[in-house]
Write a protein that binds this ligand. Structure first.
Ligand SMILES: [Fe+2]
Ligand SMILES: [Fe+2]
Length: 374
């Protein structure tokens, strides 16, 4: 590589003005921490996240430097990825910085107080790299992996630089980017409701004692009621239905409907599930509905208290399980433990099951289906 392409250099005309405004702060910090730094050298270094020092105008520097870093990236066909912390280095007589490299993609140095007749420019451990000639106010950008150091200041006037690193990555040529689109995204929604769960549990048990047989659909070793009516004698359950309707319509409107579409969801049917220890629900879907869900009336937040498990369709499973890749695109199920007071909603076509209740206490849930009212 030709030596000129290793360095990007430019002069910032506001430098003397900035020094004038901030030098007193630097001197005060120097008094307190004359050779504070985070490395193995003896110069005075203050980072913008050193909370015990008086800050110079790092905010101004950050915005100016970001612009400069972006200009640099544009000139090199790079994509700017952001600045790291900013620090200043103040070298009085005898103070130096040992050879080091930086972690970011590029090192940026701004020479704030620099007299090239007395001060040493930044040196490189690779002797084949010649240090560029520096004037006060110059910025110098070079590869973060380039090892550099600053020899001890041999004169009585201080030398001041500000430095930071920034990340950049090669721009992918236009037209060759890989475009990703998620064609069948699946959402699951949940919200914690503030309802009287003790009163709800009471109503659920009353339903169970009124019709203890219930019905058997997906339930195994647990109780499932028939569909419940919407009459007013179950006050708390009806309040829950109102909440479910409200939440579902908010989702329906924001995620499914186009502007001006006034269609609404309504609760088509709902029922109570009481799973004692050993109770579970086998894998199923809710045909005929649009959104279905569950509200946890009584449970402990524990994977063993009857967690719900969502599944990929069997056709997908069959292929995916052959690969055994542990990522979200390729796993065949996804589990949510129950949380008392939580309402969990999902598309009715999404296959799901409920794991066995392994605990000694009942897990009470209300399940429901919503349909679109045309
Ligand atoms: Fe450095
Ligand atoms: Fe279900």
């Amino acid at each position: 590589m030709a030596s000129e392409s290793k360095f990007y250099q430019k002069n910032l005309s506001w430098t003397p003005n900035f020094v004038q405004k901030n030098i007193d702060i630097i001197e005060r910090n120097y008094e307190k921490f004359p050779s504070r730094n985070r490395w193995n050298c003896n110069c005075h270094v203050i980072h913008d996240n050193d909370l015990d020092a008086e800050p110079i105008d790092f905010e101004f520097l950050r915005s100016e430097y970001e612009n400069q870093a972006i200009l640099f990236c544009e000139s090199r066909g790079l994509k700017f990825k952001g600045l790291g912390p900013i620090w200043y280095n103040y070298y009085k007589s005898g103070q130096y910085q040992e050879p080091h490299v930086h972690e970011g993609s590029y090192t940026f140095i701004h020479y704030m107080i620099f007299d090239n007749s007395q001060h040493s420019s930044t040196k490189f451990t690779d002797d084949s790299i010649e240090s560029p000639k520096i004037n006060q106010g110059d910025i110098l950008i070079f590869d973060g992996e380039l090892e550099h150091y600053v020899p001890a200041n041999s004169c009585t006037s201080p030398r001041l630089t500000v430095a930071f690193t920034f990340d950049a990555e090669p721009m992918v040529p236009k037209g060759n980017e890989i475009n990703t689109e998620n064609i069948f995204p699946t959402s699951v929604w949940w919200v914690d409701l503030d309802l009287n769960n003790d009163a709800l549990a009471e109503e659920c048990y009353q339903i169970q004692s009124r019709e203890p047989k219930g019905r058997v659909c997906s339930t195994r070793n647990g109780y499932q009621s028939n569909d419940l009516d919407f009459s007013v004698n179950q006050k708390n359950l009806l309040k829950l239905i109102q909440e479910i309707t409200k939440v579902s319509n908010a989702i329906f409107q924001s995620e499914y409907l186009e502007e001006g579409d006034r269609r609404k969801l309504y609760v088509q049917n709902y029922w109570v599930n009481i799973n004692p220890k050993g109770g579970s629900h086998i894998r199923h879907t809710h045909p005929g509905a649009f959104i279905s869900g569950v509200y946890y009336v009584k449970c402990v937040s524990d994977l063993d208290h009857g967690s719900i498990r969502f599944w990929r369709s069997e056709w997908e499973d069959f292929i995916l399980l052959q690969n055994n890749l542990p990522n979200k695109f390729d796993r065949d199920d996804c589990i949510y433990h129950p949380v008392q007071g939580r309402l969990l909603l999902f598309p009715s076509h999404l296959p799901h099951s409920v794991d066995r209740n392994e605990l000694d206490s009942d897990r009470i849930a209300v399940s429901f289906n919503l349909k679109i009212r045309e």
